[in-house]
Unconditional design. Structure first.
Length: 363
């Protein structure tokens, strides 16, 4: 808007000055014409007067020689004075015209300089706005960098604490002679509990802790190159099969007893009773051995399940903390890269402006 106002004002002033100059030139031209006409008329009148004087002077030339000579000298002196005054008037008019032209030129130069001043003021205002914007952006970026540094310091301390906890965990595992085993399959394994009927325990995939003695027992029970997870599954399957065999044996013994009691119901005597007692003792002995093996397998399985559940909880907590720390570190790295890119592509700011912007950063 200021530029438009300056342009319209400058154009109006130029039009007015041009009009004044044209009017002055027209007046000067008319005055010159009037002076030329007056000079011509005056010359004609003088010529007529001289001719008349010559005509009348022939008669009494001798009588009026002195008076005509004095009159002529007076007239010539007056003409010279008039011509001198006219020359001065012409000179003054020329000087006035030159002064008017010079004034017009100076006024035009003044208008041009005022227009340039307005342009410089507009440019200065724009640069002041850009400088204020850059200073505000610098303050904001300084605050963000400070907050990011604080966040990075906190995450580094958390990461160091997690590393310390992991080192302590590894040391405890080593001191207690345990072995950390990674589970291969990503699906959840369902292990039936020995003491609870029909209940199941969901164990999520993850590393498990086993005692070295337990690992050696599993290796002895199921030799081979398969993983520990597969061997434990085989033990569970064997436990299930043993339980099924015990149940089948109990059922067969019960049926056998029923048949034998029915078969020997009519027999009497010591021979029949002693044979029946011997069969019962053998069956009871086999049943007791099978129950003992089953109890040992269930007890060992229960201990392993408890250890797995406890170690799984600890490992899950460690894993969650590690994933959270890694995620925060990645976010901070990404923010740091973006800030570096903005700093590279940002136009440079003077040292005074930079110091001013940093001084305004909130503490």
């Amino acid at each position: 808007m200021s530029r438009r106002r300056a342009l319209s004002k400058h154009a109006a002033e130029e039009r007015v000055l041009d009009k004044i100059t044209r009017e002055a030139e027209e007046r000067m031209y008319k005055k010159r014409q009037a002076r030329e006409e007056a000079r011509q008329i005056r010359k004609e009148q003088l010529d007529k007067m001289r001719a008349n004087e010559n005509d009348y002077g022939k008669a009494d030339e001798n009588a009026q020689t002195d008076s005509s000579g004095r009159r002529r000298s007076v007239d010539e002196h007056k003409e010279q004075e008039v011509e001198a005054l006219q020359d001065k008037v012409f000179e003054l008019e020329d000087k006035f015209q030159q002064a008017m032209l010079l004034y017009s030129q100076l006024d035009n130069e003044k208008s041009a300089l005022l227009y340039e001043i307005d342009l410089l003021k507009d440019d200065l205002e724009e640069k002041d706005q850009i400088l204020a914007l850059h200073q505000r952006e610098t303050r904001d970026l300084s605050s963000e960098v400070k907050l990011l540094k604080q966040t990075i310091a906190g995450l580094q301390s958390n990461n160091q604490a997690l590393k310390t906890e992991i080192a302590q965990r590894d040391q405890l595992i080593h001191d207690h002679g345990l072995v950390l085993v990674e589970q291969e399959s990503e699906e959840n394994s369902r292990i039936s509990s020995a003491e609870s009927s029909g209940s199941a325990i969901n164990i999520k995939s993850g590393p498990f802790l086993f005692a070295q003695h337990t690992v050696s027992l599993v290796e002895k029970a199921i030799p081979g190159s398969s993983s520990l997870d597969e061997k434990v599954k085989k033990l569970v399957d064997m436990n299930k099969k043993l339980r099924q065999q015990v149940e089948e044996t109990e059922q067969s013994l019960y049926a056998r007893r029923s048949r034998m009691s029915d078969h020997h119901s009519g027999m009497s005597g010591s021979n029949g009773s002693s044979a029946n007692d011997e069969l019962q003792r053998d069956a009871a002995k086999q049943l007791a051995e099978m129950k003992l093996k089953l109890q040992e397998a269930e007890r060992e399985n229960t201990n392993q399940q408890g250890s797995l559940i406890r170690i799984e909880g600890q490992l899950k907590r460690y894993k969650t903390n590690a994933e959270q720390s890694e995620k925060e570190c990645n976010e901070l790295k990404a923010q740091n890269r973006s800030l570096k890119k903005e700093a590279i592509f940002r136009p440079p700011i003077d040292s005074n402006d930079r110091s001013t912007g940093q001084g305004d950063v909130p503490g």
